[in-house]
Design a protein around this ligand. Structure first.
Ligand SMILES: *Cc1c(COP(=O)(O)O)cnc(C)c1O
Length: 433
């Protein structure tokens, strides 16, 4: 399989090259040149995530050197529960994606990407691979956890200082060793811009071997499709109906994976993007021109994105903006609504939700109020304990952190301040960790 740039100006490359590069040479994002097609029957009676992912991704890995390792990569990276739980209200489920080591859905993709990149590194040139990751809170931890202590790789995490939850900040600085945390004096989009510029910098990429692990990375998008395949297949087998998904969205990587799972043939109904007060996507889906803008800080901080990086991929998949708008709907949710959904979810659904998942709960309730009785899964993207300081005033008792998160919170933590300045960032990279 060849992978092509969304901008169409770069030479198509094979899977390993697309995974290592992060961005295509023309600044675009990689997508497969063709998509395989599947029916539910193609998955026979598979129910486990690693096997489903292996079957799903085999055509994309087919002629690549990584092909032989795909079963092991899936078995090691995707050994994380993704339960689809019925909620105590008609036709409504919750897809829990927070059972990985850093308690957010980013673990699935970060571990898969790490499995691929570490094998590519081991097989290739000896220079250390420097992985740049801009994070709005959860990606950095998932990538740090996936690469911590691994030889031949260094991870640079850039996060917006003061704009992640205290527990997220602690996690980001707690890996030590080959994982360096930089707290940037700026917002998430500034962090993302520094990373993108570095990856496009001919001088820097000649001197250092760079890659990225952001949601722009193909190696994150692909494995994220697998839990939508698993959940929709399970639902189809049990009920004979398509399942819709309401996806808390920022950079649009997770929701795009749901959309791709539907495009390749899985029985998936409506896909609803739940945004916070950052309205770039909701305005677009309401008919306005796509207008990236500065991100604003909200309680759902991992979605504080004003320039969603995967929008370029979404647009590349369709012939026109009208065609994009026909595929998805989007809802914006403000902080007051997030607070109120956190408070009411405990009584209404018997579950405590994180501020991101709360956006999806609000979007669900708007659909229900509008008379939509379809089958929906609210996608729960992080464990509520990561956001204890937001939740504590709103509910009786914040759930305890799951064991892996609790262990990280016991470790010492250190992050270095970095000005929002490209040359300062380059100097830091040249100087090493
Ligand atoms: C990253 C993140 C999101 C947004 O996901 P995208 O793929 O960037 O749209 C939502 N919720 C949580 C908890 C996250 O960490």
């Amino acid at each position: 399989m060849q992978f092509v740039s969304t901008r169409g100006q770069a030479v198509p490359v094979g899977l390993s090259a697309a995974l290592s590069a992060g961005l295509a040479a023309d600044g675009g994002l990689y997508l497969p040149a063709q998509w395989p097609r599947f029916t539910p029957a193609a998955f026979a009676d598979e129910t486990r995530l690693p096997e489903i992912a292996q079957r799903l991704l085999a055509p994309l890995f087919a002629d690549d050197p990584l092909r032989a390792a795909l079963p092991d990569i899936c078995a090691q990276a995707l050994d994380i529960d993704a339960p689809l739980r019925a909620l105590p209200t008609a036709n409504t489920w919750m897809l829990e994606l927070f059972h990985g080591p850093t308690a957010a859905f980013k673990d699935f993709a970060a571990r898969f990407l790490a499995g691929c990149l570490l094998r590519i590194v081991a097989a290739g040139e000896r220079r250390e691979l420097q992985i740049l990751v801009a994070t709005s809170g959860d990606t950095g931890a998932a990538v740090g956890a996936a690469f911590a202590g691994q030889p031949g790789v260094r991870v640079w995490i850039l996060y917006p200082d003061g704009r992640v939850s205290p527990r997220q900040a602690h996690q980001l600085g707690a890996f030590g060793d080959n994982v360096c945390a930089l707290r940037v004096q700026g917002n998430f989009d500034d962090c993302q811009a520094l990373v993108k510029r570095a990856l496009n910098d001919a001088e820097l990429t000649r001197r250092l071997r760079l890659s990225s692990a952001n949601s722009i990375s193909l190696g994150r998008l692909l494995p994220q499709m697998s839990y939508y395949v698993q959940a929709s297949l399970g639902h189809w087998r049990a009920h004979g109906r398509a399942l819709g998904f309401i996806v808390p969205s920022g950079n649009l990587g997770n929701a795009l994976a749901a959309l791709l799972a539907r495009r390749i043939g899985l029985p998936i109904g409506a896909i609803v993007l739940a945004s916070n007060a950052n309205r770039t996507l909701t305005d677009f889906f309401a008919g306005a021109d796509y207008t990236p803008r500065p991100g604003i800080a909200t309680l759902a901080n991992a979605m504080d994105v004003g320039a969603p990086s995967n929008f370029e991929r979404l647009r590349a998949l369709y012939a026109s903006d009208a065609a994009v708008r026909a595929e998805l709907t989007a809802e914006a949710v403000d902080d007051a609504q997030i607070r109120s959904a956190i408070g009411s979810s405990q009584t209404r659904y018997g579950t405590v939700v994180c501020p991101h998942t709360a956006c999806a709960v609000v979007a669900l309730e708007r659909r229900r109020a509008a008379g939509d009785t379809g089958d929906y899964a609210v996608v729960a993207t992080a464990h509520p304990a990561k956001f204890d300081t937001v939740l504590a005033p709103l509910i009786d008792e914040v759930p305890a952190p799951p064991p892996a998160l609790a262990a990280l919170l016991q470790q010492p933590s250190h992050a270095e301040a970095l000005a929002n300045d490209y040359s300062a960032f380059c100097e830091r990279l040249y100087a090493g960790c």
